[in-house]
Write a protein that binds this ligand. Structure first.
Ligand code: HEC
Ligand code: HEC
Ligand code: HEC
Ligand code: HEC
Ligand code: HEC
Ligand code: HEC
Length: 426
C-alpha cells in the first residue's frame, strides 16, 4: 500500500507559490513609471505649456498615454517637429489642431523619464472638496501610503491563494489516489477543514507569520504616530496658499515671517502685512480662480473676502471700517515647552534654508508639518551639518581650538556642543 505524504506536498507547493508571488509582484510593480519623479519632470519641463485638466498653450495632458501608443509618444516628446516633418499623419493632425504652435523638443529625456511623466499624467484627478484635517493636498509626505497598501494587498492575495491551492491540491491528490487505486486514511480526509488546518504544521506556521507581520505593521504605524505630528495640515480659517504666494508670486518668506532671522520665533504675519498687497488685490486672475475651483476645490476670491472681513476693509469705499476680527490661525509646528529651539540661530547663524526643515513650502497649497520634530531629528542634523564659521570671529577662535581637539578640518554642530542636553533642555 502506497502512502501519500500530504504535509510534504503542501509545504512544497506553498513555498513555490510564495516565491512565484514575490517574483511576480516585483516585476509587475517595476514596469510602471514613478509618478512622483514624473511630477517633478512635468513641472520643470512641461508645465509652462501644459496643464493636466485644462488646455493651455498645449492640450490638457491627463490620460494622454491612453490616446497614443508609447513609441509614438517617445518620438513626439523627444522631437515633435521631426515627427511632423517625417509626414506622420497623427503628428500633423495634432500640430494643425493647435494652430501650428511649436512644442519644445526634449532630446535629453530618456524613455524611462517619459514613462515617469506619463505615469504622472495617468493619475486620477484628485477629488475636491478640500482635505480633512491631517491630510495633505497630494503634496504631503504620505506617498508611502500607496506602497503600504500594495504590501498589504499582496499579503492578503498570497494568503487567499494559499487557501485556494489547499483545496486544489487536496482534490487533485484524491483524484490521483483514486485513479491509482491508492488507499488513504479516509477518516483523515473527512476531518473538518479547521482540524486539518490545525494539524498541518507548515500552514499554521505560514499563517502565524503572516498574522504577526500584519500586526507588527499596524503596531509600528500606531506607535510611530505617538507624539509625532508629521504631515499635520489643519484647515485654516482663511485658505492661505504658500504655493501661490511664495511659489508662483515669489514673495520672500522673510516678507511675512520677518522675525525668523532676528529672534527665537518666526511668527505668523499680522493682517496689516497682508493688506499691504491686498488693498489692491481683491480678486485673483481668471486662470488662478479656475485652477482653485478645479484642482483644489477652493474659491480663492471668497477667501480674500474673508481677509477683508477680518481686517475690516470695505471694498466699496476702499477704506477701513475699524471693525476687525482676529484670524485664529491654527498652529502647526509645536515643540513641547521643555525643548528650546531658536530660529535665528539656525537661519542666520548657521545659514540653514527654511526648506531644509519645513520642506518645499513654495509648492504647498496647504501648509503642513514636513519634519518629525523629534529629538532624534534635531540630533541627526547636528551630527551631519558642518558649522558655518566664515566671517564670525568668535567662532573662528573656538573652531581653531576644537578642530585641533577633534583633528578635523570641518566641525559639525554636534562637535560644537550641539548634543549637550542643556543646550536644548533647561
Ligand atoms: C513650449 C510649449 C510646450 C512645452 C514646453 C511642452 N509642450 Fe507638449 N505640446 C505643445 C503644443 C503647442 C502641443 C500641440 C501640438 C503642436 O502644436 O505642436 C503639444 C502637444 C503635446 C502632446 C500631444 C497631446 C495631444 O493630446 O495630442 C503631448 C503628449 C505633449 N505635448 C507632451 C509634452 C510633454 C511630456 C512635455 C514636457 C516634457 C511637453 N509636452 C512640453 C507645447 C509644449
Ligand atoms: C504672504 C505671506 C507669507 C509668505 C510669503 C510665507 N508665509 Fe508662511 N505662513 C503665512 C501664514 C498666513 C501662515 C499661517 C497659515 C498657514 O499655516 O497656512 C503661514 C504658516 C507658515 C508655517 C507654519 C506655521 C505653524 O503654524 O507651524 C511655516 C513653517 C511657514 N509658514 C513657512 C514659510 C516659508 C518657509 C516661506 C517661504 C518659502 C513662507 N512661509 C512664506 C504667510 C506667509
Ligand atoms: C507681497 C504681496 C502679498 C502679500 C503680502 C499677501 N498676498 Fe495674498 N495674494 C497675493 C497675490 C499676488 C495673490 C494671487 C493673485 C493671482 O495670482 O491672481 C494672492 C492671493 C491670495 C489669496 C487667494 C489664494 C489663496 O492663497 O487662497 C488669499 C486668500 C490671500 N492672498 C490671502 C492673503 C493673506 C491672508 C495674506 C497675509 C498673511 C496675504 N494674502 C499676503 C499677494 C500678496
Ligand atoms: C533647523 C530647522 C528649522 C529651520 C531652518 C527653520 N525652521 Fe521654522 N520651525 C522649526 C521648528 C522646530 C519649529 C517649531 C518651534 C516651536 O514650536 O517652538 C518651527 C516653527 C516655525 C513657524 C511657526 C511659528 C513659530 O515661530 O514657532 C514658522 C512660521 C516657521 N517656523 C517659519 C520658518 C521660516 C520662514 C524659516 C526660514 C526663514 C524657518 N522657519 C526655518 C524649525 C526650523
Ligand atoms: C537642518 C539641520 C538642523 C536641524 C534639523 C536642527 N538643527 Fe540645531 N543647529 C544646526 C546647526 C548647523 C547649528 C550650529 C549653529 C551655530 O553655528 O551655532 C545648530 C545649533 C543649535 C543649537 C546651539 C548649539 C550650540 O552649540 O550653541 C541649539 C540649541 C539647537 N541647534 C537646537 C536644535 C533643536 C532643538 C532642534 C530640533 C527641534 C534642532 N536644533 C534642529 C542645525 C540643525
Ligand atoms: C538638539 C537638541 C536636543 C538635545 C541636544 C537633546 N534633546 Fe532631548 N529633546 C529634544 C526635543 C526637540 C524633544 C522633544 C521631542 C518630541 O516632542 O518628540 C526632546 C525630548 C526629550 C525627552 C522626552 C522624551 C521624548 O523623547 O519625547 C527627554 C527625556 C530628553 N529629551 C532627554 C534628553 C537628554 C538626557 C539629552 C542629553 C543626552 C537630550 N535630551 C539632548 C531636543 C534635544
Amino acid at each position: 500500500m502506497q502512502k501519500v505524504n500530504f504535509k510534504n506536498i503542501f509545504s512544497r507547493v506553498s513555498l513555490l507559490l510564495l516565491v512565484a508571488m514575490l517574483t511576480f509582484s516585483t516585476s509587475v510593480f517595476a514596469q510602471e513609471g514613478d509618478a512622483a519623479a514624473g511630477k517633478t519632470l512635468f513641472n520643470s519641463n512641461c508645465a509652462a505649456c501644459h496643464k493636466l485638466d485644462k488646455k493651455a498653450t498645449g492640450p490638457a495632458l491627463r490620460h494622454v498615454a491612453d490616446k497614443y501608443d508609447r513609441d509614438w509618444l517617445y518620438s513626439w516628446i523627444k522631437d515633435s517637429q521631426a515627427l511632423i516633418k517625417s509626414g506622420d499623419a497623427k503628428a500633423i493632425e495634432v500640430f494643425e489642431a493647435n494652430n501650428k504652435a511649436v512644442m519644445t523638443s526634449f532630446p535629453a529625456l530618456s524613455n524611462a523619464d517619459i514613462d515617469n511623466i506619463l505615469a504622472y499624467t495617468s493619475e486620477e484627478k484628485p477629488l475636491p472638496p478640500a482635505p480633512a484635517p491631517g491630510t495633505g493636498d497630494g503634496v504631503s509626505a504620505s506617498g508611502s501610503g500607496v506602497s503600504n497598501n500594495v504590501i498589504l494587498g499582496a499579503l492578503v492575495f498570497v494568503f487567499l491563494l494559499l487557501i485556494v491551492m489547499l483545496f486544489l491540491v487536496t482534490s487533485t491528490l484524491k483524484k490521483i489516489a483514486a485513479h491509482n487505486g491508492v488507499e488513504y486514511a479516509v477518516e483523515e480526509s473527512r476531518k473538518p477543514l479547521w482540524k486539518a488546518f490545525v494539524e498541518n504544521q507548515f500552514l499554521l506556521l505560514v499563517s502565524a507569520v503572516l498574522l504577526l507581520l500584519t500586526a507588527a505593521y499596524f503596531m509600528y504605524g500606531f506607535f510611530m504616530q505617538v507624539g509625532v505630528d508629521q504631515g499635520y495640515a489643519p484647515v485654516q480659517p482663511i485658505h492661505f496658499s504658500h504655493r501661490i504666494h511664495a511659489g508662483d508670486n515669489q514673495v520672500d518668506c522673510n516678507y511675512c515671517h520677518s522675525s525668523a532671522r532676528k529672534s527665537k520665533t518666526s511668527g505668523i504675519p499680522s493682517l496689516n502685512v497682508c493688506m499691504n498687497c491686498h488693498k489692491n488685490i481683491g480678486e485673483v486672475s481668471e486662470d488662478v480662480l479656475a485652477e482653485g475651483l478645479d484642482e483644489h476645490g477652493v474659491d480663492y476670491n471668497k477667501e480674500i473676502m474673508k481677509l477683508y472681513d477680518a481686517a475690516g476693509w470695505d471694498v466699496s469705499t476702499m477704506s477701513y471700517t475699524g471693525e476687525t476680527k482676529p484670524v485664529k490661525w491654527v498652529r502647526i509646528h509645536n515643540l513641547p515647552d521643555f525643548a528650546y529651539f531658536n530660529h535665528s540661530q539656525h537661519v542666520t547663524v548657521a545659514g540653514v534654508a527654511c526648506q531644509k526643515c519645513h520642506g518645499p513650502v513654495e509648492e504647498m497649497e496647504i501648509m503642513e508639518q514636513f519634519s518629525p520634530l523629534t529629538m532624534g531629528w534635531c540630533i541627526d542634523c547636528h551630527r551631519e551639518t558642518n558649522v558655518n564659521v566664515s566671517g564670525n570671529a568668535y567662532y573662528e577662535k573656538i573652531h581653531e581650538e576644537l578642530s585641533k581637539k577633534y583633528g578635523v578640518e570641518q566641525l559639525t554642530a554636534a562637535q560644537m556642543g550641539g548634543l549637550e542636553c542643556g543646550k536644548c533642555h533647561y
